[in-house]
Design a binder for this molecule. Structure first.
Ligand code: KDG
Length: 297
């Protein structure tokens, strides 16, 4: 049984202690928007499968064993290309400069066959994709389309996070790739500044808008709900959006109301921003209960 199936590129990540040009030490870990979501959902006890392609190299091993250790089922395959790299240069808690070394990477070789194999293993309750994967290559974009189509045919709920990355493509290119998918999407997630990429009214039943430190809004056929962000001391906001998505999807799987889903999303994001790293601070259910106790909800 798979609760959430997601697919994308997960890279080796170097997180520096200061400006790169000064040299010094950097921590080696992994990063990828979809695997961040997968780890977040897994920590909340759901069954998650991540599909991606990693290189036959030590960084690829690091990606696969880290996800495995986080109870994420690892699908996809290895390929004879380097595993992509991302370098994070934290400047303030809110601003982290990113450098990519991912062109022609193994991760960009993701294909429709990888997605078909994942559906052969099991039909997920939710298929979660992001715009980042569409930006990687033609075959990765086709893989996203395949996941949306297979999910739709199989009765999975299809979730799409725009996740625009200006270092990978332009807003126009993103709009051209993402808009055709939206007629088959059940849940669209975007930050305020990504809404223009998605365009107007595609008849999507559920739209969630992330407002960063101002919380999030859910618009469904039943109405509109807004939840504030939890007030915590943020040390690193990288991955906050992915953390929110993990909480929101977990809420959907648990049958929570839109308000409950937003609450879980903002709670998961609060934990993520309080710890350095994209995914390291993602909470378990026990952690979430602590936050609820503290806020009296
Ligand atoms: O969402 C946080 C991401 O920026 C990170 O994990 C890396 O997937 C990533 C990307 O493509 O920027």
């Amino acid at each position: 049984m798979t609760d959430v199936l997601t697919l994308g590129e997960t890279m080796g990540a170097f997180r520096a202690g200061g400006p790169f040009r000064l040299g010094g030490t950097a921590e080696l870990t992994i990063a990828g928007a979809e695997s961040n979501v997968a780890i977040g959902v897994a920590r909340l006890g759901h069954a998650v499968r991540w599909v991606g392609v990693t290189g036959e190299d030590e960084i690829g091993e690091l990606v696969r064993r880290t996800l495995f250790a986080e109870q994420v089922e690892v699908g996809g395959r290895t390929a004879q290309a380097g595993t992509g790299l991302i370098l994070f240069e934290p400047r303030t808690a809110d601003i982290t400069r990113v450098l990519y070394y991912r062109s022609e990477s193994a991760g960009s070789q993701l294909s429709t066959e990888d997605v078909k194999r994942a559906f052969d293993v099991s039909v997920p309750k939710i298929v979660h994709v992001t715009g980042i994967t569409c930006a990687l290559s033609e075959s990765a974009r086709a893989a996203v389309t395949e996941a949306v189509n297979l999910g739709r045919e199989a009765g999975s709920r299809v979730s799409l996070d725009v996740n625009f990355r200006s270092k990978l493509w332009s807003a126009d290119e993103a709009a051209r790739a993402i808009r055709p998918l939206l007629t088959r999407v059940d849940l669209l997630i975007a930050s305020d500044d990504e809404l223009a990429i998605a365009g107007d009214d595609h008849g999507i039943p559920e739209v969630v808008v992330k407002h960063g430190a101002d919380g999030a809004t859910a618009l469904t056929s039943e109405g509109e709900w807004t939840a504030p962000a939890h007030r915590v001391t943020a040390v690193d906001t990288t991955g906050a959006g992915d953390a929110f998505v993990a909480g929101y999807l977990s809420g959907l799987l648990d049958g929570l109301s839109p308000a409950g889903r937003l609450h879980r999303g903002t709670a998961v994001a609060a934990f993520a921003v309080a710890t350095p790293g994209d995914w390291q601070g993602l909470p378990t259910r026990t952690d979430l209960a602590l936050l609820d106790l503290q806020s009296g909800s």
